[in-house]
Design a binder for this molecule. Structure first.
Ligand SMILES: C[S@@+](CC[C@H](N)C(=O)[O-])C[C@H]1O[C@@H](n2cnc3c(N)ncnc32)[C@H](O)[C@@H]1O
Length: 395
């Protein structure tokens, strides 16, 4: 059976005329206790209190007659509409203002360039990684998770606002503190630059993340580097393809050198941790990150020791280091993808074998690029780059 379902969004303001008329005519009203309490549910209507989405869906699907569902904000945005449609129900939707729109409005900030993330029923690490990498984000928090998330984001230098109980008398919007905020709440996570009124962001045509960066596998001169110690563009192209950096993914760049791989992964929206033992190189990574307007976390330390306290990663790039470094990186990060670049022929077999032994499908290629280089008279010659082995593993 496909019951007739009307979903009314609630944002704390009085219902608009369409929603008020739909609710006045309702015979069965399903919703969270707070929505049932606050909305003008007719006295003679049956009220069904819901606390979980799964339970809500079962109740809606099992109900013989038309039902009205009260939901928060815009029910088509991280709300019940998708789940209803997945059960073959096409509801009539009367939306209210989303909590995300309200939260940004309360701090007077535009948000077409924001990422919107949810930790409901999902791995929190993903939302955390995405918010760490992007200058402006909103997080729809699962109950009881806001304080811990805020703490981690603030520790990384983010400004975090908590918007609690929007549209209710308990509403509170303030910078995150040590207190556990009341649920429900939305976190607004910002880089300093976003709050700088002298630096208004660019006008956008595409909301949220902008997709692939404007060019990648950038030439070496797009990065400050020392003695040509930089992963060459052709090698970086394949490494990036195999690492698959993206918003919500964490990538370690172990032995990061100039940070060219780290910076490029961050340009794809990944949260990047660059590990480098040389302090001058760490400074160079910071400069290169600034030049490309990304914020990798830079860890000054020597692998494998420096890897022990890092959060897990989705992908690991090992551009420098021996067998022990690769083994430790894989064991600590537990990544889906690993990429290793090697100049030494003798290490190729043992590295491929190690990746296989660690549970990866191993592959690899030797790349040797010859670049077109101008000669006088509109002619070109081929200038050979050193051959490099690129090995990878995928789980
Ligand atoms: C399943 S999502 C629903 C989002 C909803 N569709 C919207 O547009 O706001 C639930 C999350 O929305 C946020 N939320 C909903 N109502 C809120 C409120 N009144 N104040 C603050 N956050 C709220 C919280 O992060 C909550 O965990």
């Amino acid at each position: 059976m496909n019951p007739s379902v009307t979903v009314i969004g609630c944002d704390g303001r009085p219902l608009g005329p369409d929603a008020a008329a739909a609710l006045a005519a309702a015979r069965t009203v399903i919703g969270a206790p707070r929505h049932l309490k606050d909305a003008p549910v007719p006295d003679d209507a049956e009220r069904v209190e819901l606390r979980h989405l799964g339970q809500a869906l079962d109740t809606v699907a099992a109900h013989p007659g038309p039902v009205t569902v009260l939901a928060s904000g815009d029910p088509g945005f991280f709300g019940i509409v998708r789940a209803l449609r997945a059960r073959g129900i096409t509801p009539r939707v009367i939306p209210a203002v989303s909590s995300v729109a309200l939260a940004f409005a309360r701090i007077g900030l535009d948000w077409d360039d924001a990422l919107v993330l949810s930790t409901h029923g999902r791995d929190r690490q993903q939302a955390l990684a995405a918010a760490l990498a992007h200058p402006k984000a909103a997080i729809l928090t699962a109950p009881g998770t806001a304080r811990d998330l805020s703490r981690q984001l603030q520790a990384a230098g983010k400004t975090v606002y908590v918007a609690e109980c929007l549209g209710t008398p308990q509403e509170r919007v303030a910078e995150a503190s040590a207190r556990e905020p009341a649920d429900p709440n939305v976190l607004i996570v910002l880089d300093e630059i976003v709050l700088d009124e002298q630096a208004p962001g660019e006008r956008r045509w595409l909301a949220g993340h902008q997709g692939a960066p404007d060019g990648w596998a950038l030439p070496e001169d797009a990065f400050a580097h020392r003695d040509s110690m930089i992963t060459k563009a052709e090698i970086r192209a394949l490494a990036l393809a195999r690492l698959a950096p993206a918003p919500g993914r964490t990538v370690w760049d172990v032995g990061a050198g100039s940070g060219s791989v780290a910076v490029e992964c961050a340009r794809f929206g990944a949260h990047v941790i660059a590990v480098e033992s040389d302090l001058a190189q760490c400074e160079r990574i910071r400069d290169n990150a600034g030049r490309h307007q990304v914020r990798p976390r830079i860890v000054h330390g020597r692998a494998p020791e420096a890897l022990r306290t890092l959060p897990p990663a989705d992908a690991v790039f090992v551009g420098g280091g021996d067998r022990a470094v690769l083994q430790a990186a894989v064991q600590h990060a537990s990544p889906q993808r690993v990429v290793v670049t090697l100049a030494a022929v003798t290490r190729v077999g043992e590295t491929a074998a190690l990746l296989t032994a660690l549970g990866y499908r191993a592959g690899g290629v030797q790349l040797q690029a010859s670049r077109l280089t101008p000669l006088p008279g509109d002619q070109f010659r081929l200038a050979a780059e050193n051959p490099v082995f690129v090995l990878w593993g995928q789980r």
